[in-house]
Design a binder for this molecule. Structure first.
Ligand SMILES: *[C@@H]1O[C@H](CO)[C@@H](O)[C@H](O)[C@H]1NC(C)=O
Ligand SMILES: *[C@@H]1O[C@H](CO)[C@@H](O)[C@H](O)[C@H]1NC(C)=O
Ligand SMILES: *[C@@H]1O[C@H](CO)[C@@H](O)[C@H](O)[C@H]1NC(C)=O
Ligand SMILES: CC(=O)N[C@H]1CO[C@H](CO)[C@@H](O)[C@@H]1O
Length: 273
């Protein structure tokens, strides 16, 4: 997932200085990683000491979710999402395409703690698998609490009808594909005030586990919420989300990581009472 190419200390500073995460990330020089070639996922842990969790971590993401092994947890609560229309920017991170938001966008409440929506971005094919199946694409909505902890909502897509949110971005994605990515600078296009109400549907069922960022520095203690409802995306939309990326990142899915004894919990509104 997220926070592409950001050394951990940059994240720490973003928190300490209270600076907007996205702004800080964009201004720092970063260590190059890719999905194929010499800096492919198996090598991430060797690219920088700050990336060591990518190879040494024992609670890494993504994982394969085996439905019949997921345990219903009656203590899990519905994901409380309190989002408002907010100013957004479409960003080409080189390794993925994302949308960043200003702070006014609001929070998701997980276990009574508020996490502010920072950004979301897409991977193709999907990173999480369900019952061994890899989907054509996956959306990660990255939230950060004031203490620096992350919680991510993941949405899987199968091929079918166009996704209404991505449909709104198609024109801008085409512009992004034309824009040359300048050295140490990410191509971005302002989107203006975006209504995010359509990104918070369908949270009646989700899989919960504790994992990591799926991109370096592969930071752990991330609370994952993989939505049970698989949405649909058109082939044209997947093509538009990958066209602006560097060749070695067009397939930007990190391989499945070992659970190492972790359990996956299931929240299911219909079976929770
Ligand atoms: C969490 O956010 C909600 C919605 O904005 C707010 O009502 C609540 O007071 C916040 N809780 C804390 C502990 O900040
Ligand atoms: C939205 O953000 C852009 C930068 O991406 C900025 O130029 C613009 O002034 C902002 N608009 C509002 C209404 O805050
Ligand atoms: C993406 O790359 C992986 C190996 O890194 C490969 O197994 C998979 O088939 C590729 N998927 C697509 C859609 O190209
Ligand atoms: C709830 C939670 O994820 N807490 C984590 C916040 O981050 C610290 C430092 O990474 C972890 O130790 C906590 O477990």
């Amino acid at each position: 997932m997220a926070a592409a190419r950001i050394p951990f200390f940059v994240l720490a500073f973003a928190f300490l200085l209270g600076t907007a995460l996205a702004t800080t990330l964009d201004q720092h020089e970063s260590i190059k990683f890719t999905y194929s070639g010499a800096t492919y996922p198996d090598k991430w842990g060797t690219l920088s000491p700050q990336f060591s969790a990518c190879s040494n971590g024992k609670s890494q993401s993504p994982v394969n979710i085996v439905k019949k092994e997921a345990v219903i947890d009656h203590n899990l609560k519905p994901l409380g999402r309190h989002y408002n229309p907010a100013n957004a920017t479409l960003v080409n991170h080189g390794v993925n395409i994302g949308v960043t938001y200003d702070r006014n966008v609001g929070v998701m409440t997980v276990d009574g703690k508020n996490y502010t929506l920072k950004q979301m971005h897409w991977h193709s094919p999907s990173e999480h698998h369900i019952n061994g199946v890899q989907y054509p694409a996956e959306l990660h909505q990255v939230h950060m609490a004031d203490d620096g902890n992350f919680s991510v909502v993941s949405v899987l897509y199968r091929y079918g009808n166009a996704d209404p949110f991505i449909s709104k971005l198609m024109g801008k994605l085409k512009e992004l594909a034309k824009e040359a990515c300048l050295e140490h600078e990410q191509a971005q296009i302002p989107l203006g005030i975006m209504n995010v109400k359509h990104i918070k549907r369908n949270t009646r069922k989700y899989y919960r586990y504790v994992g990591s960022l799926t991109t370096p520095p592969c930071t752990e203690h991330i609370i994952w919420n993989v939505l049970g409802k698989v949405r649909s995306i058109s082939k044209e939309q997947v093509a538009a989300l990958t066209a602006p990326l560097e060749a070695a990142c067009k397939n930007n899915s990190r391989p499945i990581q070992a659970l190492n004894g972790r359990h996956i919990q299931l929240y299911d509104e219909l079976r929770n009472n």
